[in-house]
Structures are given as structure tokens and as C-alpha cells.
Design a protein around this ligand. Structure first.
Ligand code: ZN
Length: 282
């Protein structure tokens, strides 16, 4: 238990930015707002922390993810530029601190935090502030101000508790780190957090059954549904490639090299996930 917990903690700390990403999470990131629909916005920054999605209703706001705690003041300032409405719900796509760091401060403002039960358990185990108030196993719907948001868990991917937020009227999904866009952001499995490269493509397939036009990644700018489909195929190709190389008795160094040259891995991703990939994909 202690070992597992310290692994989770070490990984959380790593993903929270005191590792290779030492420059992230130590000071507030520069934020900007991308308008996706008339009532739906992404509060964006380079690389880390994660995106925050904001749905505006006349009874309050529904957010998906809320960056690091250190980004709270800037995030609130950016939200106020969009709408004076209070934050009523925050959906955490997963437990990592760069997606859930604003929870405690938003709960003080009476926001309800929604996440998978698995994500909540990890946040409690790791003593992260602001564990979710409402949890789900497979799905839940939020209704506010005449609008609807669906929260779905489609299976393991980046962690074992990833959820997707679906805005049916806006035809948008917010994917969390099941989907990342841009250099330095390859598919990264958090193995101590229960993630799975083998199951990841199938979990994205679940999201692809939804009816939408725009996919908001956990990190990176919003893109078209077709880009999520391509990403799904690249994740599947990565898994197949590691299985194939291991079946041909490729060395760890050869697989390391392949992940870097073909799948965009850097030291950070190798150190966090290569052992797990080798163990899972054989
Ligand atoms: Zn993450």
C-alpha cells in the first residue's frame, strides 16, 4: 500500500511539473481564451497545465478541469472575462494535479466537483486538496440553465479513471489526457495510475461513438473529430509496434529509440512509461 501510494505520489509530482517539466507548475502559466462556440470556451496555455473548458449557462458555469492551484487567480480572471456567472460544476477528467489543482478553491465558492470514483480515490490516497463531491462509474448527466453535459468513462487509457465531457448541443467533447495535441505531448500512460496502452484505442472508440464536430484535447488546441480518429490510430500503432518489437526480441534500447523517433517520446515519457509499456505489451 505504502509502495503503491508513494508511486502514485511520485508520478503525480512528476506530472505536476517538478521533474523534467520543472519550469511548469512552479509559477503561473500565461493563459488565453479560445472561443469554440458562442457559449463554450477553452482557457488555453502552452504544454502544461491542462486545458480548462467553460460552458456558459444563465444559471452558472460548468468547467472541465481547472489547471494547477498556482494558476487559480489567472484562471478566475480569464473566466470573469467570459462571464460573471458563478462556477456551479467542475468536471475533473482525471486525478492529475494540472487538471484538478483548482478544486479546493472552487469548492469554497460552492462549485460541485465531479469525477470518476477511481480518480477520486487516487486524489484521496495522494492527499490532493479538494477531492470530488460527486463520482460516477460509467456516466452521469449534468443539467443547468437548460443545457446538458454528459460525463462518460469509456475505459482505461491515460489512467484507469479517465472521463470525457460531452456537450451534445454544442457538438463538442473535452477529452482530458486521453487525447493530446502537439509536440512534446505523445500518448503517455500513467501505469501507477492504472492506465493502459492496450485498452486506450478502445476507450477512444467509445468517445468516437458520440455525435460531435470538435474535440478539445487535455493539452493543445481544439481540433476536428477526424483528428481524434487519427490520434486513435496512432495510439493503436504504438501499442502494436511495441508488441511486434518485443516478439522479435528487440532490446529495451531499440524500443526506446523507436518510441523517440516514431512516436515523439522524450526523456520524460521514456522514464515514466517505458517499463510499463514493456510489461504490458508483450
Ligand atoms: Zn494527466
Amino acid at each position: 500500500m505504502r509502495t503503491r501510494l508513494s508511486l502514485v505520489l511520485a508520478l503525480s509530482v512528476a506530472l505536476c511539473g517538478s521533474y523534467v517539466y520543472a519550469q511548469f507548475g512552479a509559477k503561473p502559466s500565461v493563459l488565453s481564451t479560445i472561443k469554440v462556440r458562442d457559449d463554450l470556451f477553452v482557457i488555453y496555455n502552452d504544454l502544461v497545465p491542462g486545458n480548462t473548458t467553460v460552458l456558459v449557462t444563465n444559471q452558472g458555469l460548468i468547467l472541465v478541469d481547472n489547471k494547477f492551484e498556482i494558476d487559480f487567480d489567472n484562471l478566475m480572471a480569464e473566466i470573469k472575462k467570459i462571464s460573471p456567472q458563478p462556477i456551479r460544476y467542475v468536471i475533473n477528467t482525471h486525478y492529475h494535479g494540472d487538471h484538478s489543482g483548482g478544486n479546493a478553491k472552487m469548492q469554497v465558492q460552492n462549485a460541485q466537483v465531479v469525477a470518476s470514483e477511481r480518480a477520486r480515490r487516487k486524489m484521496v490516497d495522494a492527499n490532493q486538496p479538494g477531492p470530488p463531491n460527486v463520482t460516477l462509474e460509467n456516466n452521469v448527466r449534468l443539467y443547468l440553465g437548460g443545457k446538458r453535459v454528459e460525463v462518460h468513462h469509456f475505459g482505461r487509457a491515460h489512467t484507469d479513471g479517465d472521463v470525457v465531457a460531452y456537450f451534445p448541443d454544442q457538438r463538442v467533447v473535452a477529452m482530458g489526457d486521453m487525447f493530446t495535441v502537439g509536440a512534446g505531448l505523445p500518448a503517455l500512460v500513467d501505469y501507477p495510475g492504472g492506465g493502459s496502452m492496450r485498452e486506450w484505442p478502445r476507450s477512444i472508440d467509445g468517445a468516437l461513438t458520440l455525435d460531435f464536430d470538435t474535440a478539445i484535447p487535455g493539452h493543445g488546441k481544439p481540433v476536428a473529430k477526424e483528428d481524434l480518429r487519427k490520434y486513435r490510430d496512432s495510439v493503436a500503432a504504438l501499442g502494436r509496434r511495441v508488441i511486434e518489437m518485443q516478439s522479435k526480441k528487440a532490446s529495451r534500447a531499440e524500443i526506446d529509440k523507436e518510441l523517440r523517433s516514431r512516436f515523439g517520446f522524450e526523456d520524460f515519457h521514456i522514464q515514466l512509461s517505458l517499463d510499463g509499456l514493456l510489461a504490458e505489451l508483450r
